[in-house]
Design a protein around this ligand. Structure first.
Ligand SMILES: *[C@@H]1O[C@H](CO)[C@@H](O)[C@H](O)[C@H]1NC(C)=O
Ligand SMILES: *[C@@H]1O[C@H](CO)[C@@H](O)[C@H](O)[C@H]1NC(C)=O
Ligand SMILES: *[C@@H]1O[C@H](CO)[C@@H](O)[C@H](O)[C@H]1NC(C)=O
Ligand SMILES: *[C@@H]1O[C@H](CO)[C@@H](O)[C@H](O)[C@H]1NC(C)=O
Ligand SMILES: *[C@@H]1O[C@H](CO)[C@@H](O)[C@H](O)[C@H]1NC(C)=O
Ligand SMILES: *[C@@H]1O[C@H](CO)[C@@H](O)[C@H](O)[C@H]1NC(C)=O
Ligand SMILES: *[C@@H]1O[C@H](CO)[C@@H](O)[C@H](O)[C@H]1NC(C)=O
Ligand SMILES: *[C@@H]1O[C@H](CO)[C@@H](O)[C@H](O)[C@H]1NC(C)=O
Ligand SMILES: *[C@@H]1O[C@H](CO)[C@@H](O)[C@H](O)[C@H]1NC(C)=O
Length: 324
């Protein structure tokens, strides 16, 4: 009789001991408190008494379901700043706060604090200031999208890690890459898409851009790039979209070898200071469906035979324009 109750007591105390543990099996306490300290003003169901892994926009790691790995709150009407509390979510792999009204600058150590980060999308906000410097950004980083904000200054080369495949910073006021011109960007040997358009980049297009052999889309339009087209560019053999429109590019275009760009589908050279003949090598770009080269000092034009290809005029977003 006494033996039984002793066993029961033991079981009971074991249960009592285990219960709080299983209750906390859900959300890491520090992540929970850290999220609550984020100064986002928005109607989110982040109630302190519930498991943070069940909150709007939060995903915890699938194995232990404890640490927050995703903070995914695009188009949620968020205002306020991206405070340094984010840097305590050290297991974060995906951060998407795009299409909100976030203000202010980013914490300096944002990228160096998140060693597992793969995707960062803060596009379409009202963020200002510098691109956060980082001597050691995550080497898992694949996608950076900071487009359509009010960032300015130089982009630190140290942020450029070779794992990056998509790099979008268009529609800001960035002016350059720090360090030796563009050294950083040509380290990105897995780069697939580079969108720098609608900024204030000046100086030359990096001469080693041809090292980016995976590049498919290069959008540099509406900046103040100067100098000639780098002679290494034809090494970007899988390039399909090249937009250089509205810059201050110069040089004899006929010297440029377009013939290696067999996948090039759209090419915009308009509003620059290119001179010379329109290069014959353009005719060997078998995939070309739209071209624009007006407002330069080019002589000659695409032969009528080429322009007559119906595809030239049937590309609504990218029409073939007259040469004048
Ligand atoms: C918060 O809302 C989402 C749906 O938007 C729901 O799936 C989740 O269970 C809610 N979480 C809590 C703690 O109420
Ligand atoms: C972030 O969320 C928006 C809105 O749902 C989506 O369009 C965008 O593709 C997401 N970003 C990334 C990098 O997946
Ligand atoms: C990050 O976490 C540490 C330790 O838990 C805490 O002392 C610190 O205040 C947190 N930082 C921010 C910015 O929340
Ligand atoms: C970067 O360095 C700091 C300080 O040495 C360290 O705390 C952090 O974890 C590092 N980050 C990455 C992404 O390796
Ligand atoms: C940011 O860029 C990524 C990569 O191209 C893309 O998937 C995402 O949709 C973009 N974000 C928005 C809000 O468009
Ligand atoms: C440029 O960015 C600003 C700020 O986010 C935005 O209001 C504007 O619509 C963007 N322009 C384009 C063409 O995307
Ligand atoms: C570009 O590649 C060439 C070899 O193809 C190499 O010599 C050069 O150092 C590379 N440039 C950069 C800046 O990585
Ligand atoms: C472009 O750069 C040149 C040379 O640095 C400078 O003189 C000019 O003012 C710049 N133009 C614009 C529109 O920023
Ligand atoms: C183009 O560059 C030249 C030489 O650097 C400069 O004088 C001129 O102002 C620039 N033009 C524009 C439109 O920025």
């Amino acid at each position: 009789m006494e033996d039984v109750s002793a066993t029961q007591l033991l079981l009971l105390s074991a249960l009592l001991f285990l219960l709080p543990c299983s209750a906390y099996d859900a959300c890491d306490e520090l992540d929970h408190d850290d999220l609550l300290s984020l100064p986002f003003k928005a109607p989110l169901n982040w109630s302190a008494s519930t498991d943070c892994c069940l909150w709007d926009g939060i995903i915890c790691d699938p194995l232990y379901h404890i640490r927050v790995i995703r903070l995914w709150l695009p188009k949620r009407g968020l205002s306020g700043v991206v405070s340094s509390a984010v840097t305590n979510l050290t297991r974060l792999t995906h951060l998407n706060l795009s299409h909100n009204s976030l203000l202010g600058s980013l914490p300096d150590d944002l990228l160096s604090s998140l060693p597992s980060l793969q995707v960062i999308d803060l596009s379409f906000n009202r963020l200002i200031g510098r691109f956060p410097p980082s001597s050691n950004a995550s080497n898992h980083l694949q996608i950076i999208n900071l487009s359509s904000n009010f960032f300015n200054g130089a982009i630190p080369s140290s942020v450029l890690v070779p794992s990056i495949s998509i790099y979008k910073v268009s529609n800001n006021s960035f002016s350059s890459f720090s360090g030796h011109i563009g050294d950083g960007i040509v380290k990105l040997t897995n780069l697939n898409i580079l969108e720098l358009h609608s900024n204030q980049f000046s100086r030359k297009i990096p001469s080693h851009i041809g090292n980016l052999s995976m590049l498919e889309k290069l959008l540099l339009h509406t900046n103040n790039f100067t100098g000639p087209l780098p002679s290494s560019l034809p090494n970007c053999k899988i390039l399909s979209s090249l937009n250089l429109r509205v810059n201050n590019l110069t040089g004899e275009l006929s010297a440029f070898k377009f013939s290696t760009l067999q996948r090039l589908a759209t090419l915009d050279l308009g509003n620059n200071n290119f001179i010379g003949e329109l290069p014959q090598s353009l005719y060997s770009c078998k995939s070309l469906t739209a071209i624009r080269y007006g407002s330069n000092q080019l002589t000659g034009e695409m032969s009528p035979g080429v322009v007559e290809f119906s595809v030239f005029t049937h590309c609504p977003s990218f029409p073939s324009l007259p040469t004048t």
